[in-house]
Ligand binder design. Structure first.
Ligand code: ADP
Ligand code: MG
Ligand code: MG
Length: 874
């Protein structure tokens, strides 16, 4: 039988053993081996926690025997004795799971103190004030944490003594005062538990270890694990460690620090220190700590010793460290180290600096970046101080990151008008948005919608524009006509100042100050390195020159999706678009289309020019036609503009009405009915390409047919497009390469990927629609019930935010494999919102896709995520 090792002395384990020893224990062991001054101690493994629960909440006799043995070893190492009445060994008992977990047990300090040990300590140190102080601390901590005595019961004792003596701070208490506190505490515990305070150190230790194991399953720990995706079976380790004292006098103290500034990444020791203090006095905020720089002035020698150790730790861990330390009578001890948490900006600066210092390779530097934190850098955020007083009114889906403030408006026209007149910052609040709202969305700082999920119109447009958006905000109700909205029954009239945070989904009343993003040199450096590493292409979803240029700045390698319908809503054009729709014969329709052509031509020429030398994939008209027609109440006005009778327009509206537009007459189905629309668009694309090519620039147009379910649809439309394009190119007498491909976004198209591969030169997965149709969840309505699904853990992640690898992913995998088999030259990418989401990018990389395409402001995230996917899956 293999002998189970239940306990590790510090120095016996390594930093890699976090699963077994917990993060704290593994690093304490590692530091010990490195020769860093760490008080002696041992770690009881996480397996013992699992055992404890398997035994029905009891430690095995074997573990208890081992604890006695290892405590003996600790006595040998320290030369002190547990329970001795001359030189007692005092211990701290510290919990420590694989990942640091607030919500678990508080550390117990000074364990091993008993009435007789107190006498021995006083004799040894000649410092009764200190000894009575640590005894009262121990009794209180042990009472509260291990024995469950209500903390209020201890409350008055200290206050009364301070009041009676007119003391301002704890440091003024005398030995006699502390003795009185300790004695009263002993009585409080005895009364509350019905038993005298335990005077056997070994009993204290066993009780404390039990309490740590018990704390693994307290409700707050369970809730924390649920929120943070930590497995419930991991268990916690227990660290038992010799005490060192920062509170013996002015020659002692305790501190916490980061080896670099965790906010900015600046290379400086950053932290706080308190003279004559123990453990959590710093955190408790009873006294104002010194900045480390001040400490350096007072104790330059120890400070130097400390910074030497910190350099050593950074060099060893290749990462910024978060360190706890204590100084006892001028002697320095480290009590903890771990990789420090940092802001997105700090993470990037630290990675680049550490590469320059030779601590990280470029690959390691890129890998160290928290890709989700990159978003913080690209969008405005709320000023931290300003956040302190902000009250959250309601929370929706965090649909597009960033923070914004402005006065609320409920319609796009109103927004455009007010902006025009006053130039004020505005926020658009609507039930939902549609392409008609574009104008208003352009002038507003951010959007909130009552309905809609992560891929609703508002969400997609916001991400494209780099603006913030909160969608699916169910507690909101808007009365556009009367110009107010209500949130949980409270009314807010139009133009009330509000603030919204698309990173958290929070909505606030009032104006909270925001900070604009700054792009550092280091940020660009990381993007360059990531681009060198990654193999997956990163393109942009962009419909206009402005977005294309933004995308290029961030490093886009092409446009993976240009949605042409966005070009149709422009005020100048919509009338011709509507003429095209109401036409009841091909001739009229072609006449209207001929008027739209020059607009499209201009747009495409601009895009090709901006994207010189890079691929530009243009999707043919996709939305159902009724989206371009006015609402019923606007019919008379629009009919007048069109020079037709209102009845004619109404009839068109009726004919176009669909019960289920998402599954209706849209995508290639439109084009099958009216091939002349595709012909016009193909003409505009190729004519633009020819014009740009003639100006001496390289153009790589791709024409994408949306929403096919069968390969016959693709074949049918391809013939029209090919004929149009080839004729134009022949006429122009130049060489021009173009590609015709399709979107795979219906499950059926994915199922016949092999056939699609034979006809298409490229495939782009439209994973928004593919997710909608595979789950049968409406993109625009799923927001309402997906929250519930998340809390009930039915579908833990919104499948519109991160691709569902198990289901939708299977379709992608199968289609890719079959399409590549039938056409080895086919280029395959993704242009759904998932193209900018890290876990989805990892999946697409593994599936062998050629590129992902995402909104311009997601490109930096996608580049770093693609590089990390490459490194992870080597
Ligand atoms: P947390 O996980 O909450 O940081 P720790 O186990 O690190 O808890 O303990 C909190 C604090 O208690 C430490 O920062 C340190 O100041 C103090 N402490 C823990 N162990 C010892 C010890 N052996 N000697 C002196 N102080 C200690
Ligand atoms: Mg700690
Ligand atoms: Mg689609």
């Amino acid at each position: 039988m293999v002998k189970v090792k239940r306990i590790y002395m510090f120095g016996e384990g390594t930093k890699e053993q976090k699963n077994l020893l917990g993060g704290k224990g593994a690093n304490l062991s590692e530091m010990k081996t490195m020769g860093v001054p760490v008080p002696a101690g041992y770690t009881i493994t996480t397996e013992m926690c699992t055992d404890y629960y398997a035994n029905g909440g009891k430690n095995s006799d074997e573990l208890l025997a081992d604890m006695r043995e290892y405590t003996k070893r600790l006595e040998e190492e320290t030369g002190k004795k547990f329970g001795s009445d001359t030189d007692p060994l005092l211990l701290s008992v510290r919990s420590g799971a694989r990942v640091s977990m607030p919500g678990m047990m508080d550390t117990i300090l000074n364990l091993g103190l008993t009435d007789s040990a107190v006498a021995a300590m006083i004799a040894k140190t000649g410092n009764p004030k200190f000894v009575w102080d640590i005894y009262r601390r121990f009794i209180q901590m042990f009472g509260e944490v291990v024995q469950g005595v209500e903390y209020e019961l201890f409350d008055n004792v200290l206050e009364t003594i301070k009041e009676e003596n007119g003391y301002k701070g704890d440091l003024e208490l005398t030995a006699a005062d502390w003795k009185s506190v300790a004695t009263q505490y002993l009585a409080i515990v005895a009364k509350a538990t019905g038993k005298p305070f335990p005077q056997d150190p070994m009993v204290q230790l066993e009780m404390a270890v039990n309490a740590v194991f018990e704390s693994w399953d307290t409700p707050r720990a369970v809730i924390y694990r649920d929120h943070n995706g930590i497995a419930h079976h991991w268990g916690t380790a227990v660290n038992v460690q010799e005490m060192v004292f920062g509170n013996t006098g002015d020659n002692s103290g305790t501190g916490v620090l980061f080896t670099r500034n965790p906010k900015t990444g600046e290379k400086e020791t950053w932290g706080e220190f308190l003279f004559n203090a123990q453990g959590e006095d710093i955190v408790a905020g009873i006294r104002t700590p010194l900045k480390l720089a001040e400490f350096a002035e007072v104790s330059p020698k120890i400070y130097k010793e400390l910074t030497d150790i910190l350099d050593n730790l950074e060099a060893h861990y290749h990462d910024m460290q978060d360190v706890e330390f204590t100084i006892e009578e001028g002697v320095l001890f480290l009590l903890q180290t771990r990789n420090g948490k940092r802001t997105g900006a700090a993470g990037i600066k630290i990675a680049v600096d550490m590469h320059e210092e030779g601590l990280l390779t470029k690959k390691e530097a890129v890998n160290s970046i928290d890709v989700n934190a990159i978003d913080q850098l690209l969008h405005p955020v709320f000023n931290e101080e300003a956040m302190a007083n902000a009250e959250i009114l309601t929370t929706g889906l965090a649909a597009s990151p960033g923070a914004a403030t402005g006065k609320i408006v409920f319609s796009s026209e109103k927004a455009a008008k007010i902006k025009d007149e006053t130039g004020e910052k505005l926020l658009l609040f609507r039930k939902e948005t549609s392409p008609e709202d574009i104008e208003g969305m352009i002038v507003c700082e951010g959007f909130v919608t009552q309905l809609g999920g992560m891929t609703s119109h508002a969400a997609v447009v916001a991400r494209g524009m780099g603006k913030c958006c909160v969608s699916g905000c169910g507690e909101l109700s808007i009365n556009e006509e009367e110009g107010y909205m209500t949130i949980n029954g409270v009314k807010y009239p139009e133009l009330t100042p509000f603030s919204i945070d698309g990173t958290t989904g929070n909505v606030y009343a009032g104006t909270i100050e925001t900070k604009d993003p700054e792009f550092s040199e280091e940020f660009q450096t990381i993007l360059n390195w990531a681009s060198e590493i990654k193999t997956l292409g990163v393109k942009a979803n962009a419909d206009n020159k402005r977005d294309a240029e933004q995308a290029l700045k961030f490093g886009a390698e092409g446009i993976g999706l240009c949605r042409t319908e966005h070009m149709f809503f422009d005020e100048e054009r919509i009338l011709d678009v509507r003429r095209m729709i109401i036409a009841d014969n091909t001739a009229d329709r072609e006449e209207a289309l001929a008027k739209i052509l020059p607009h499209q031509l201009k747009d495409f020429t601009e895009l090709f020019t901006a994207m010189e030398g890079k691929t530009v994939c243009i999707r043919l008209l996709d939305p159902p036609l009724h989206e371009f027609l006015p609402q019923l109440d606007e019919v008379p006005e629009v009919a007048k503009d069109l020079g037709i009778k209102p009845e004619v327009l109404e009839r068109t509206l009726e004919t176009l009405h669909e019960f289920n537009p998402m599954l209706g007459h849209r995508g290639c189905r439109l084009a099958v009915t009216y091939p002349e629309i595709s012909v016009m668009q193909a003409k505009a694309i190729i004519m633009a390409a020819i014009a740009v090519a003639k100006s001496g620039k390289v153009v790589k147009p791709e024409i994408m047919i949306p929403l096919i379910a069968t390969v016959a649809e693709l074949k049918y439309l391809k013939a029209f497009i090919k004929e149009t394009a080839d004729n134009l190119i022949a006429e122009a007498g130049i060489d021009l390469d173009y590609k015709i491909g399709t979107m795979v976004e219906t499950p059926r198209a994915a199922l016949v990927g092999g056939q699609v591969g034979e006809e298409a030169e490229f495939i782009s997965y439209g994973t928004n629609d593919l997710t909608q149709m595979t789950f049968g969840f409406s993109r625009d309505d799923a927001g309402k019930f997906l929250k519930e699904y998340a809390t009930k853990k039915i579908i833990p992640n919104d499948p519109f935010a991160a691709v569902d690898q198990e289901g939708v992913g299977q379709l992608v995998e199968m289609c890719t494999k079959n399409a590549k088999t039938s056409n080895p030259n086919i280029v395959i990418g993704v242009c759904g919102e998932h193209g900018g989401e890290p876990s989805s990018i990892d999946f697409f990389h593994r599936t062998g896709l050629d590129y992902v395409s995402c909104s311009p402001f997601r490109i930096p995230v996608a580049i770093v995520a693609a590089a990390q996917a490459e490194l992870r899956n080597k």
